[in-house]
Structures are given as C-alpha cells and as structure tokens.
Design a protein around this ligand. Structure first.
Ligand code: CA
Length: 227
C-alpha cells in the first residue's frame, strides 16, 4: 500500500518545514507549495490524500483556494488559520473543510488531526465501497456523502452504488439498468437520466460546488475519479 500523500499549502517556509517534519514522522509523504495558484496545477497531475491549507496565502485566500479545488476534487482539507475568528467561516459544510488548526500549533496536534481526518474519510469497511467523499453501508443500504447520510430512493441508491464500485468507469444507460433494476426491460431508458438528476440534486444539497457524476454524451455516466 502506498503512503498517504499530504499536500501542504503554506507560504512561510519555517511553518512549512515544521509541518513537513511532522507529516513525514508519521510515515506520510509530503508535497509543498507556497501559493494558491499552484494548488490546482499540482492536483491535476498528482492525486493527494489530504490538503493542509493555510488561509493567509500571498496570492489568494486559502478559503478561495478551497472553493476552487472543491469544484474538481473531494480531497479532505485541514485549514491553518492565524485567527480564531476565521474559524467559524471555514468550518462550514459550504466550504467543505474537514477540520482546522489555529496557529501556533504543535506538530503533534496537527499530525493527530491529519490522522483523524484520514481515518474518517477513507474507511474501507469489508464489503462496502468507499471513497474520500462517499461511504457506502451495504448492510443498511445507506450512502453518506461528506459524512451526511443521503436520503435516496431504492433505485437512486442502487445506481449510485454501481457508479461507486468503479470510479472513472463509464457505464451506459443499459448497463446501469441491468445492474440496478430487477426487470430492466420494463423501464424506459430515460428513467436512468431522471434518477441521476435526482441523485445530483441530493448531492448538491451537501456540496453545492461539486458534481461527482460525469455525463458522457451518447455513452452514459461515470463517477469522477479522485473523490
Ligand atoms: Ca501564511
């Protein structure tokens, strides 16, 4: 199993050094950037397990960086903030932050938070699919998204479960029907579209800036990779 990769976004080298040391001491790998602009570019070519994101960056606010990366990635984010007053703004679901640490912090505290978030977001239970964003509880027929249980109908649950089994794989409407319906021949193709539309609406309530389901014109749907 490869080591979790932690991306540290921090412009103060001494603080970035401290974080890198703490992260590597836990056996994680560490990448560092000092500006918000570098984040999107880096994430496009290098998947990471978690982002430690300073709010006070030279080129843009960490909050803006988080908002932008949330449009494409569901990677967990821990904010670093110098002011406790900022905390209320960042720990909202609307921003999708998983936790925050106020400066000055102890390296041990930060490492403990990172481990806790990684545990929470990548918990692959036996017999159930899980990504950072989604947890599937097959026994209860329940899917959670960013920790929020979704109220899905039977077919919405089944469709999303199929997509979650192989992120990135494109399923045609026929394949989705075959796998999610008991008697596919009795339903119309468009039913899949209608259910996907409902699923998207329910996901949007939890994460307005993220659409984890990709539409492939003339082909079908997939769950986006790296979520
Ligand atoms: Ca800073």
């Amino acid at each position: 199993m490869s080591k979790p990769m932690i991306l540290v976004v921090e412009d103060e080298p001494a603080i970035a050094d401290t974080i890198q040391y703490a992260v590597e001491a836990e056996g994680f790998e560490c990448l560092r950037v000092a500006t918000g602009a570098e984040v999107a570019e880096l994430l496009a070519r290098q998947p990471v397990s978690l982002v430690v994101l300073d709010i006070g960056l030279p080129d843009m606010s960490g909050i803006e960086v988080c908002r932008q990366l949330r449009q494409r990635h569901a990677v967990p984010v821990i904010f670093l903030t110098a002011r406790a007053a900022e905390v209320d703004r960042v720990v909202g679901l609307e921003l999708g932050a998983d936790d925050y640490v106020t400066k000055p912090f102890s390296p041990r505290e930060l490492a403990a938070r990172i481990k806790a978030v990684l545990r929470r977001t990548s918990r692959p239970a036996a017999g159930s699919a899980a990504t950072a964003a989604f947890q599937v509880d097959e026994e209860r027929c329940q899917i959670s998204y960013f920790g929020k249980p979704l109220a899905l109908s039977k077919y919405e649950y089944r469709l999303l479960s199929v997509l979650l089994k192989h992120p990135g794989r494109v399923y045609s409407r026929d394949q989705l029907m075959d796998q999610a319906w008991e008697s596919p021949e009795a339903s119309l193709d468009r039913t899949v579209d209608a259910h996907i539309k409902n699923i998207r609406a329910k996901l949007r309530v939890v994460q307005p800036d993220l659409d984890p389901i990709a539409t492939h014109r003339g082909m079908g749907y997939s769950l986006k990779e790296g979520l």
